[in-house]
Design a protein around this ligand. Structure first.
Ligand SMILES: Nc1ncnc2c1ncn2[C@@H]1O[C@H](COP(=O)(O)OP(=O)(O)OP(=O)(O)O)[C@@H](O)[C@H]1O
Length: 779
């Protein structure tokens, strides 16, 4: 850069810094005014409320006022920051990132600049600008017009984004406001009144988008902006488990949104109990089936019984009594049984009393007696309650479910026609001696919640619900979420190729159906991979079948060295030590490490860590509190680390019906380093292990590889000598001009492949290219 350039840059920087200082002055003056208002508030509670609101709206005094500036073709300027800043005349000095006008500006690209001419991004320390980067969209567009894949090039050149992605990971996810990409922005601000489903491969930013969308909604539906106000505590964010919730929980507060309810599916439920029982897969399947709703509903109806024996109730202070029979009770039950169970019960009691009062009045009239009080009080409460209890027993959700599971007859009677009896038998279990001793499973909690809703009506509902990692939810879990949605306005994010567990699915169709939103359904996808390095994704994608491979990110932003490292150990017994060495290597370099370890290896690994004096946190229990974290494969969902060590991949892959998907999830948690530690002879061919002896093709990824190999061999047999030389990889290439040309052409080809299709299809595509080439040469 010439001296003049440096001087010019400095002068621009000084000018921008003056703007920043001025904005800072306005923001801090407002903070002072607010502090005065809090002090002047009538009571401390009002003061605290004002303070909380003010803090959210202003951000921290340490924060830079802005992170970007947009100049439009008609010479308007928009400074953009985390929070709105106005001057004394109430003119806007800095726009908050969620402002609709700003979001539109941020979706400008060189190809579709709309009215954006120039974008300046600022790098700051507190409110001091240390650097800035400017992009003139028209100039970039000119440069890119020559290229086939401008989008990819642009992303690779985006220093701010690449810096953000290359930063060391921490135990908590961070906000990404400054680098939100155009496609992400479009989803963040898609209409509130919809059921939005976002599908995306690992690390495409689904969680980030979902959380920033919450912030966007809260800003754009805040008081003063609309009548249809969305309060923070009217938004629910549901994740798969408490570890995930802890991982994401700082993003919204960082964005200034403090009171959003963030939880996991089990904690969201109203049950009053904790899960302490584990179900087999087949029981879990039945318990997650939506037909359980019918069983619960009918099971409760079955608890309302006829009054088999007539009951005589003595009228106090009079020589007569009133008889209650099934004929008297039956019409009352018919009128009240469509209500929720508990409401129906209390209405039944009221109507029973009204019936008794009517009988008493009639008898008094007949006998010429006089009673000045309320005739309902002529009868003993305990006697009335005894009838109510016989007809309509009082039930808690736990008591009901225990009784239901304790009796096959009850289950059969409650089940809808055609429900297989063997499945009902799976539900049957002997009740514990006392209700407090009953042990409940995760699946039972969802049922208890559904019973609770049938007993006493729907739970607290929310105006907007975000569900992350939604691909694994059972129909009953989805139904529990639906119960909590006031209008059907929801954001559902996940990845079908990461769907595992008892309710693993291959499409979002049933999710849409079960959520039954009356609002328009929008299905969107995110296709750029921001987390997983190219080489890691290439390896992990071998685990996917062809359909799942279609969900892979089509543009991969991260391209880092070294690629995945495979560590073979001679004997199983050495696995823990080898893992320990790898972990030590990373922690010595300050990497945030996740060790994804299957259950069968856990004990030995922990013992090795203990005897080496290594501190670690158990992600399944506490959270990601240490620099080294041991994570079970299911708990790894949604998390990310600088370095991931996968222990015994074969054991992970064999852990369940979607074991390969589970291993894929484990491998794709890394932003940089991946180490796979495995006992000799156990690495699957998909990950580069040797073929099974009988040559059996037991996994579709291997099938793809084999078919390519075979095509290459066939081609080698039939093609002329020159073509054979060209198609075989041969030995390492030299540095002569011909070899350099070949290398260059190969790299070009590879680059084009990367930019065109996902890694799972690369080999196929190359195979096909070779076949076409052979045909050409043969002609
Ligand atoms: N525009 C962006 N700017 C900076 N960082 C980003 C951007 N988009 C995504 N990221 C980062 O990429 C990483 C992956 O994002 P995120 O966890 O939201 O992906 P995901 O699609 O939910 O992944 P998974 O399916 O594995 O759960 C995170 O660290 C996130 O902050």
């Amino acid at each position: 850069m010439s001296v003049t350039d440096v001087a010019e840059r400095q002068s621009v920087l000084d000018q921008e810094q003056r703007y920043f200082d001025d904005a800072f002055h306005h923001r801090e003056a407002k903070r002072l005014r607010q502090a005065e208002q809090w002090k002047a508030a009538a009571n401390p509670k009002d003061g605290a409320a004002l303070k909380a609101a003010g803090n959210g709206a202003l951000g921290s005094p340490e924060e830079a006022v802005a992170f970007a500036k947009y100049e439009t073709t008609d010479e308007q300027t928009f400074y953009v920051g985390m929070h709105l800043i106005t001057d004394d005349a109430r003119d806007i000095v800095v726009y908050p990132w969620q402002a609709p006008r700003v979001m539109k500006l941020r979706e400008a690209t060189p190809e579709a600049p709309a009215d954006v001419a120039r974008i300046v991004s600022f790098t700051t320390t507190a409110n001091t600008i240390v650097d800035f980067d400017e992009r003139v969209l028209a100039e970039i567009a000119d440069r890119l017009s020559e290229l086939d894949n401008p989008d990819t090039v642009l992303i690779r050149e985006d220093e701010l984004l690449n810096d953000a992605l290359g930063r060391q990971r921490t135990p908590e996810m961070r906000q990404i406001v400054q680098t939100i990409q155009a496609a992400q922005s479009a989803l963040i601000r898609s209409p509130r009144e919809s059921l939005l489903i976002i599908q995306g491969g690992p690390g495409t930013g689904k969680t980030a988008v979902a959380l920033h969308r919450v912030s966007w909604l809260l800003y754009n539906y805040s008081a003063g902006r609309t009548m249809d106000v969305l309060d923070p505590d009217d938004v629910l964010v549901v994740g798969p488990n408490p570890t995930f919730t802890r991982y994401i929980k700082q993003v919204l507060p960082e964005l200034g949104d403090n009171d959003v309810v963030q939880t996991d599916v089990a904690s969201m439920l109203e049950t009053g109990v904790r899960a302490s029982r584990k179900e087999s897969g087949e029981v879990a399947r039945v318990k997650g089936d939506l037909r359980m709703l019918d069983i619960i509903s009918q099971g409760l109806q079955d608890r309302i019984r006829p009054l088999r024996e007539p009951v005589r109730l003595k009228a106090e202070g009079f020589p007569w009594s009133v008889e209650v029979t099934e004929r008297d009770v039956q019409p009352i039950v018919a009128r009240t049984r469509s209500m929720t169970y508990n409401r129906g019960r209390s209405r039944f009691r009221e109507e029973l009393l009204a019936f008794l009062a009517g009988q008493a009045t009639r008898t008094l009239k007949r006998d010429g007696g006089v009673y000045r009080g309320d005739t309902r009080q002529l009868f003993q409460t305990v006697e009335v309650d005894a009838i109510v209890e016989r007809v309509w027993p009082q039930l808690s959700a736990q008591a009901f479910l225990r009784d239901l599971f304790g009796s096959l007859a009850r289950l059969v009677s409650a089940a809808p026609p055609g429900f297989p009896v063997d499945q009902l038998q799976l539900l049957q279990r002997p009740p514990a001696g006392r209700l407090s001793e009953e042990r409940w499973s995760k699946e039972d909690l969802v049922l208890l919640d559904a019973v609770q809703a049938e007993l006493s009506g729907e739970p607290i509902d929310y105006a907007h619900i975000v569900v992350d990692e939604a691909q694994d939810l059972s129909p009953m879990q989805l139904s529990a979420i639906r119960l909590r949605s006031r209008t059907g306005s929801m954001t559902i994010v996940g990845d079908i190729a990461q769907s595992t567990g008892f309710w693993a699915r291959d499409s979002w169709d049933d999710v849409v159906e079960i959520l039954q939103s009356p609002l328009p359904v929008r299905r969107e996808s995110l296709t750029h991979g921001y987390r997983v390095p190219r080489s890691v994704l290439a390896l992990a994608s071998n685990l996917l079948d062809e359909r799942d491979a279609q969900t892979l990110p089509s543009v991969i932003v991260r391209d880092v060295e070294p690629g995945p490292e495979l560590h073979e150990v001679a004997a199983s017994a050495d696995l823990a030590e080898a893992t320990l060495e790898t972990v030590k290597h990373h922690s010595a370099r300050g990497h945030f490490v996740g060790v994804v370890c299957p259950a069968n290896r856990r004990e030995a690994l922990e013992a090795a860590f203990r005897s080496a004096g290594i501190m670690w946190s158990d992600a399944d229990r506490g959270g990601l509190t240490a620099a080294i974290n041991i994570v079970s494969p299911p708990a790894a969902k949604g998390l990310e680390f600088d370095a991931v060590v996968v222990v015994d991949p074969a054991a992970i892959a064999e852990s369940g019906p979607q074991g390969d998907r589970m291993l894929y999830i484990a491998m794709t948690r890394t932003t940089h380093y991946l180490d796979i530690v495995y006992p000799a002879g156990t690495l699957s061919p998909a990950l580069g292990g040797t073929q099974p002896e009988d040559g059996a093709v037991d996994d579709p990824a291997t099938a793809i590889e084999q078919s390519v190999l075979k095509e290459q061999q066939d081609a080698a047999v039939s093609a002329p000598a020159d073509a054979q030389a060209a198609t075989r990889s041969g030995g390492p290439l030299g540095d002569d001009p011909r070899s350099r040309m070949v290398k260059f052409a190969a790299q070009e080809l590879l680059g084009q492949l990367r930019d065109t299709v996902g890694p799972a299809l690369w080999r196929d595509a190359l195979g096909e290219a070779i076949r076409l080439l052979d045909n050409d040469v043969a002609r």
